[in-house]
Design a binder for this molecule. Structure first.
Ligand SMILES: [Mg+2]
Length: 188
């Protein structure tokens, strides 16, 4: 079984980085209600967010759930399961993304990391996962259009994807999604 995982707001908690962008812009924190940040935040804040992506804050971004690195490592250790990490960050920095995953205790190799140019749903269509886990409404809609099986992570931090809840299988956390799909039952 091939499982593919988005990183931000699925495995990693973006909130500290987002809060830092607001702090630097000197404006109070406002939840992200739309995927298009240019529509809801002013330019200075958007620029801060983009700058922070290339900063070393990436390496200290916490995981959303402390148990997830262990769960992912256990999934990767199963011979019948292949795991890939597919992210669509504005700055394409696969080496940094790989280092971030390793620093979080996720024992992947560099070839498991996809952080490249191109539409993510097209990349996923080529990869052909059995399940892809994501929170981005654009990626989820793209997957649905291209018949890529997708499960949405949707909670109080992802207000931007709630409008898709009637159309796609969704869970509040990655752990819950994996549990409900029976993927945690045989893990060591
Ligand atoms: Mg994401």
């Amino acid at each position: 079984m091939l499982l593919t995982f988005d990183l931000d707001d699925v495995i990693f908690n973006m909130k500290p980085l987002t809060m830092e962008a607001f702090r630097r812009a000197g404006v109070p924190y406002v939840k992200q209600t739309s995927w298009n940040i240019d529509e809801i935040y002013d330019k200075k804040l958007c620029d801060n967010l983009i700058d922070l992506w290339s900063s070393d804050m990436l390496y200290t971004m916490p995981v959303l759930d402390k148990g997830i690195p262990h769960i992912l490592n256990a999934l990767m250790a199963q011979p019948e399961t292949e795991v890939l990490f597919v992210t669509e960050r504005r700055l394409k920095q696969p080496e940094k993304t790989f280092r971030q995953l390793r620093q979080a205790g996720i024992n992947c190799s560099f070839v498991q990391v996809y952080d490249q140019e191109g539409l993510k749903s097209d990349i996923l269509k080529d990869i052909k996962p059995d399940i892809h886990f994501d929170d981005s409404p654009n990626v989820i809609r793209g997957c649905m259009e291209k018949s890529v099986p997708v499960t949405m992570i949707s909670n109080n931090s992802t207000l931007y994807n709630h409008y898709l809840r009637p159309y796609v299988e969704h869970y509040t956390s990655l752990r819950r999604a994996l549990m409900k799909k029976g993927l945690l039952t045989n893990l060591k």
